[in-house]
Design a protein around this ligand. Sequence first.
Ligand SMILES: [Zn+2]
Ligand SMILES: [Zn+2]
Length: 773
Amino acid sequence: MNKIGAKLHFNGVVQGVGFRPFLYNLAICHEVVGYVRNMGDAGVEVHVEGNRCNIERFILDLKSHAPPVSEVADVQVEWTDCSGDFHEFSILASDEQRSPLGSMIPPDIGLCDRCTEDILNMRSRWNLYPFTCCASCGPRFTAVLQLPYDRDRTNMLPFPMCPNCLREYEDARDRRFHAQGVCCHSCGPKITLHDRSGRLIDEVGALEKTSHLLDEGAIIGVKGIGGIHVAASAVRDDALLRIRRRKHKPSQPFAVMSRSLDTIREFAYVSDSEAQLLGGWRRPIVLLRKRRDHGLSDLVGPGLDTVGAMLPYTGIHLLLTEFCRSPALVMTSGNISGLPMAIAKDQAIQELSDVVDYFLFHDREIVARCDDSVVRLLSEVPTLIRRSRGFVPTPIAVPLKAEANIIGVGAELRLVGSVLRGDQCYLTQHIGDVDNLETMVFLQDALEHVLGLAGIPHNGLTVSHDAHPRYLTSKLAKDLARDWSGKTVWVQHHHAHAASLMAENMVPVDESIVAVAADGVGFGLDGDVWGGEILVASYASFERVGHLARQPMPGGDACAIFPLRMCAAMLSPYLDDKRVRSILLSKKGRGALKEDDLDRLEAQLRGGLGVSWTSSTGRVLDAMAAGTGVCLERTYEGEPAMRLEAVAGEGNPEDPSSVPSLLVRDGGVTVVDTTRMLLETLLAIGRISIADACASFQQSLASALGHAATEAARDRGISQVGVTGGVAVNIRIVETIKRCVEEAGLDFLQHRLVPPGDGGISLGQAVVAASKL
Ligand SMILES: [Zn+2]
Ligand SMILES: [Zn+2]
């Protein structure tokens, strides 16, 4: 039969994910010859020759069976004559030339099914070995010091391969071919159990011992690949109470890890799409709806109807969950309030010895700290709440070409830095909330690490930052620009949110969208705290065409911590009304108000001293949470709004305020009357349940924002309306706004690639700076 040749072109393949041994074996199976070669730009080149139908089957299998990380999409085939030059299929040496855009290492890849089998198979030489990996799974971003990606430049340098491992590493047919992390019991890292002061307790059987201790209620610091978790059994109230006391976190939700999907289904509802997210190679924490009879300790996520769950992503986690009798382990970041998570042994002992009873350590270094990512399905769209392990450092393509290299430093909460070069934006891992120097150092290190990996020089970098003059990140931006002889560009907070939404949705440079930017806090250009904004935005500029009504915050942040104050301030025009007074005074517990508190509040509002003003959506949701008694004290960021969402999930929007009555035109600007909305809903309670009131309130707020936004779009002939900001992880609010937009015949934009909250803001900062330059 006639032989023919084919050159294959496709996008999506990255190096370091086991693609070449996969192709090699596929070629042998389908009897085609030729070669595969890694290219300098992180892609691959494939040339095959053989029978046409063999090549076609080869291509079909290539599409359907490629390692999931390679994400082979469209394969284009360029048919050629058969050269007859090839007698076998070979893996050619890499093309060492680095393209001007530079290559990037892959993210960390969750333990694959075949390595899982190896670890659990009693006859395998990897049986019970926690560092088992292959060319298509294992740590990457957290393990690589420098490019190109060779073992000598990873944290495996101190572990030379034994003859068995070396043989597999060099065998192109083996799935551990060129797997830089390959190792085994005899040559790889070791895991050890220590007491809280770091003294070695157990070397043999450390994982099994740790699991028994967890079942008995111990708290254990577990070193993984990107950091140290504080672990405990998720069914032991005693252990979780001790973690909460010792970490000073009374109610912040903890994530849990379980051995299998079936086990997760025992305590949470898992749809098909959620199952795919949980089991996918990125292996994020997925926010799921808790079952009523979930069986977990209520201390896992007090007052919430959701639980963040994940599956094991390393052999360490696989074996821990396999050995444990408990259906789930709490796995929360091993950090003390506000500081970056510990990654080195000494630092962990110093910081966590008051929190944990034991440590499970290993002797492989963590190169880059990387927290777990968190995903929630929002009307079938996987939405990132935190983008970190499994996603970083894959760049995000943007629809403009930056002429200079730009970095973005984020705002203040949920920090993530960005590096924009050309049309690719690299985001750093999750950094944390800035209120200390350690976090700023981590942010700078993370930015420099990405710059190093991408081969971008520091000199002359433009640094974009928030408009708030007193944020530590704004100060960092000035320092970096000075050190690197670059310049700074400030970007308003909600403009950055809108721009990040536009960029990831590839909105062209010359177009505008209407964005609903709803969050807790952002520095407004008039000195107010903004956060319920309707913006007509392009990359270069924006116009504020609508917002939630300005509300007073007597005592500033005190209103955010004790939201009943916010509720009282919003209802201050009606404090003479007996019904309103009784709503405010009927709440009990920490954060409650008494008669004289109300009098003082009124006096403060009249005098104006210590009163700031805000259009924040977060504060309005807080006020409703407090006015219904759902939450009177915020112990973590977003708590009142999250608890409100949980209660609203039990109810139906029975009696939402009528939207037209809530929209007030003030010049060219639409203002949403949030006082009226709050008053009407709170007064309806009794006639309707608290759950229905919470659901109605969310719906009124979302409809008002949605309608104001669609009107603004229609008035200006704009076809795309989107939602962004931290509130855009609330399912009901996003769905309501989406419905408004689609009913108006407009296109709805939402986040898929970066978090809607402040974790996505540095992408927007960078693209705005690029279009302003
Ligand atoms: Zn594997
Ligand atoms: Zn070995």
